[in-house]
Ligand binder design. Sequence first.
Ligand code: NAD
Length: 294
Amino acid sequence: MTQIIDGKELSQTVKQEIKEKVDLIKESGKRPPHLSAVLVGNNPASEAYMRNKVRSCEQVGFSSDLIRKESDITQAELLAVVKQLNEDDQVDGFIVQLPLPDHIDDEAVLLAIDPSKDVDGFHPYNFGCMAQGLDSFLPATPYGIMIMLERYGIETSGKNVVIIGRSNIVGTPMSLLLSRKGKVGNSTVTLAHSRTKNLPEITRRADILISALGKPFFVTADMVKEGVVVIDVGINRIDDLTRKSGSRLVGDVDFEKVAPKASFITPVPGGVGPMTVASLMLNTLKAYNNKYDV
Ligand code: NAD
């Protein structure tokens, strides 16, 4: 029997847990945690992610603000915005939505963020702490996947995990988190990427397969074994003339064909995506608690 991992429902549960903590903070007369978000330009996908993040802040009782900048903002101007947010005592955490326009160096912007407010967990300080198992903000997508595995009682210890994709925001941190010691962890991890040879042979050995490469229907039924746990991180928009919009979102996995072989599988949409936002809320609460030593 295949079990669908319902990221939408789990994210609501996690957000409800956060809300209960925020209610207590407010009842004690303190201000709620505050998340700021910086959005440069008007990329439709980024706009949609931002709307979700702002809505989630409302759901959990955080205050938030969205700082919009035109796509012709200079790097120096954007760095000045980051500096101001770093210095603003009322802002517990903030994110700069990627991708940024080509003339801006993403790295320079991420490096300028105060690590104690880096609730996306992208700063090398947080990444390094994570790699060494020290307290840090975990990058939101891998963090959300760790919560999914834990809450669905999926055993990771001693399991063969194959991750496809080695980005700094998903594949690489996921490989570190699952290979280290911990309640969710102790896995034997293979990190596959565009230069990997004989990928289907490798993925067929996976007890847990995490796909984060961004290619629709890439993972096919012949690439997985019976009973595999499939976590589909990909978000790909494909044409679909049966839809009013003319398109729909799919993951990296050929869900219809792979799901019957899987013990657990995440859908797209409604899987990893909502958990990413819930994890961002958890990181913001953590930033607040760190600041006030709660
Ligand atoms: P990316 O786009 O930066 O990199 C893609 C990775 O896939 C690279 O490491 C590359 O080596 C690997 N790759 C490409 N072709 C391959 C092939 N044929 N075989 C094996 N590996 C191959 O990665 P990203 O930013 O992690 O994004 C990956 C996908 O995940 C995208 O669809 C993105 O939209 C999605 N995503 C979803 C969430 C979420 O919350 N659900 C969060 C982040 C990213």
